[in-house]
Design a protein around this ligand. Sequence first.
Ligand SMILES: [Zn+2]
Ligand SMILES: [Zn+2]
Length: 374
Amino acid sequence: MTVRTMRAVLAAHGTLIVVACSESTTGVSDAALPDAAASDAQAGEADAAVDASASVRPWIDTHAHSVGIHSACNTQACVDAVVATMDTFGVKRTILLHPPSPSNTSVANCEKSVRDVVALRPDRFFLGAGGCELNSKIQATVGTAVTQEIRDSFGSRAQALAPGAVAFGEMAALHVSYEAAHSFEEITPNAKLFQDLADIAATQKIAVDLHMDAVKQTMTTPSYFTSKSPNNPAQLQGNTDAFSQLLAHNRGARFVWAHVGRDTTGDMTPTLVDAMLAANTNLFIQIHPTFAPLKSTNAIVADETFAIRADWLDLLKKYPDRAVLGTDVFFTGTETDAKPLKAVQLFLQGLPVDLATKIGCENPVTIYGLPSGC
Ligand SMILES: [Zn+2]
Ligand SMILES: [Zn+2]
């Protein structure tokens, strides 16, 4: 299927094409946030940088959600619709994860909810485990002494959740809030339970998917977020140095830094990511090609052509084995699913073909130890 054909498929949905091309294609946070996404909208069709003769490129989405604060996709009909959308945009496999739950979230059946969706199409989905139960246990230790009893309880649950999973996640070290119903979460990446998780991940040989909005040094919270949500504090604490300490704690643990290229703080630069990758051989990056929410010049793409910026392309060429792709889409089984997937397909079209193959298909298999690839 060519990109031109892909557009024709979209056009066949009538008014859908207008929606798909005039709104932000990004899931900007860990909840489906249509208001936030709409505020980041830019008009114009998303095709300027695309080679219309190129084939749709295959890829693996390493970060997607079947449940969020505004969405749920847990029926066979919904999953079938999602798989059809994946097929349109070249997505061969998808890792589903629970969003990083805060400490006050009920954990009853929340892990099972993702596992059950994966079981509906095990040929197309892989499981990320612990985003609800393990992350909430980690967040609950903020400001408290982490006793051996807490560590033992956490460790036993992590061991119990590992079978069948290709990743622990989505975990959060810093997760800014986009609206009142959306959690703010902040804990040092080098917290004791993150260290314990690293040790278990290394033993189990599965990766950790970590959401950490980048903060080099304590900063005033960007006004974009304090205006969006009362949950955000006035300041954000530095976290990149502590992340390096966590990575050094166990080099056998593979950490995938989620949403790299999506600048939420002003610190998400290719220079910072280069330094982190150079210093930490067990760090991998999950590219989210978006200019939302800040439309920052640091973002990996500048607009809805989703063409990669030159400095970010240099970074990917320097570390071709270290990057994967993640949409952060919140599946609904409707046309809204198409927007984030289309964005990544357009992004892939703009990469050299060998790099697109590495990042889209080969690296996920290596980094997550997937039993099957594209
Ligand atoms: Zn997410
Ligand atoms: Zn996230």
